[in-house]
Ligand binder design. Structure first.
Ligand code: 13P
Ligand code: SF4
Length: 308
């Protein structure tokens, strides 16, 4: 496969997905060559909605395992494929069913709000899922005063700030890509680019969020930068967002705030992997009916809570 050019691979992918009747979804953190051949690119929430409403029988999810798993849970009669079976999520791996069960025992009155970046087994123990783009809205709909927010304590702290009357319980979980951004990186970027607003993902730590100008999910950041009159931006989320913005807005400048903002799992999927999946229909997501049934309700509740 390596003896054909990337353009030829891309053309082959476009042809094969037509022939197979496949829907190719790509998260915005994927390499740009993957985004270019996808039917839809989006943040976690947008892609979850696309997966649920897909009428194609084959969904190829270029992202990480919890995303493909969520697609399967929401549309179980479809065949869902993850081109790199080893593309996991370090944050999702930080939470186990044991941790959730223990927290539930300690706080029996609390509702369990689960970031979609989690395994099906974790979702099965949760009441409702959220993504970074809808967490504020969804928590705002909850009548309970106590909330167990898993696994991301940074996103949780950001949400909790907006609901001072509610009591939140967190666990030790975070996205290493965003958590490792430090305040020195932010201040140095501001020193170098004093005119540029700092736009940041809520998976970053609170002390960094405090000094930023705009906090938003992946799509929120993209929209803010596209629509702003400003000409330069310091961006604190995965590197592919900066690459996409540079391509979309050639008259603006984008600076990645820290070199740690690269997700190794999101970067695993290559054109060769996608081509292989479409040619062989290998790397299918298999889940038992029971696993799907148990994890489905919190995802459905999320989608129903924020119906547009
Ligand atoms: P969003 O797509 O919800 O912004 O999430 C970011 C992320 O870390 C995905 O893995
Ligand atoms: Fe997981 Fe963070 Fe990578 Fe998203 S960016 S897949 S949360 S490790």
């Amino acid at each position: 496969m390596n003896n054909i050019s990337n353009n030829e691979k891309a053309e082959k992918i476009l042809r094969l997905k037509e022939e197979a009747g496949a829907l190719v979804l790509a998260h915005y953190y994927q390499n740009l060559d993957i985004q270019h051949v996808a039917d839809y690119c989006g943040d976690s929430f947008e892609l979850a909605k696309r997966a649920r409403s897909s009428d194609k029988n084959i969904i190829v999810f270029c992202g990480v395992s919890f995303m493909a798993e969520s697609a399967k849970i929401m549309n179980p009669e479809k065949r869902v494929f993850l081109p790199r079976a080893d593309a996991g999520c370090q944050m999702a791996d930080m939470v186990t069913p044991d941790i959730v069960s223990k927290m539930k025992k300690e706080h029996p009155q609390a509702v369990v709000v689960c970031y979609i970046n989690s395994s099906a087994a974790t979702k099965a123990l949760s009441d409702i899922c959220v993504t970074s783009s809808n967490a504020l809205k969804i928590v705002g709909t909850l009548k309970e005063n106590e909330i167990i927010f898993i696994p991301d304590k940074n996103l949780g702290a950001f949400v909790a700030k907006h609901f001072p009357d509610k009591k939140f319980y967190f666990m030790e979980g975070w996205c290493p890509v965003h958590h490792d951004v430090d305040i020195e990186a932010l201040r140095e970027a501001r020193r170098l680019h004093p005119e540029a607003p700092v736009v940041i993902h809520p998976e970053c730590r609170e002390e960094i969020l405090k000094e930023s100008d705009f906090i938003g999910s992946t799509s929120g950041i993209l929209d803010y930068c596209r629509e702003s009159d400003k000409k330069e931006f310091i961006v604190a989320t995965e590197r592919a967002i900066v690459e996409r913005l540079k391509e979309e807005c050639p008259d603006k400048k984008f600076y990645l705030m820290s070199s740690c903002l690269v997700c190794p799992n999101m970067k695993k999927t290559r054109l060769d992997d996608l081509l292989y999946t479409l040619e062989t229909l290998d790397d299918e997501i298999y889940m038992t009916e029971e696993e799907i049934r148990a994890a489905r309700l919190p995802l459905e509740r999320m989608l129903n809570a924020v119906k547009d």
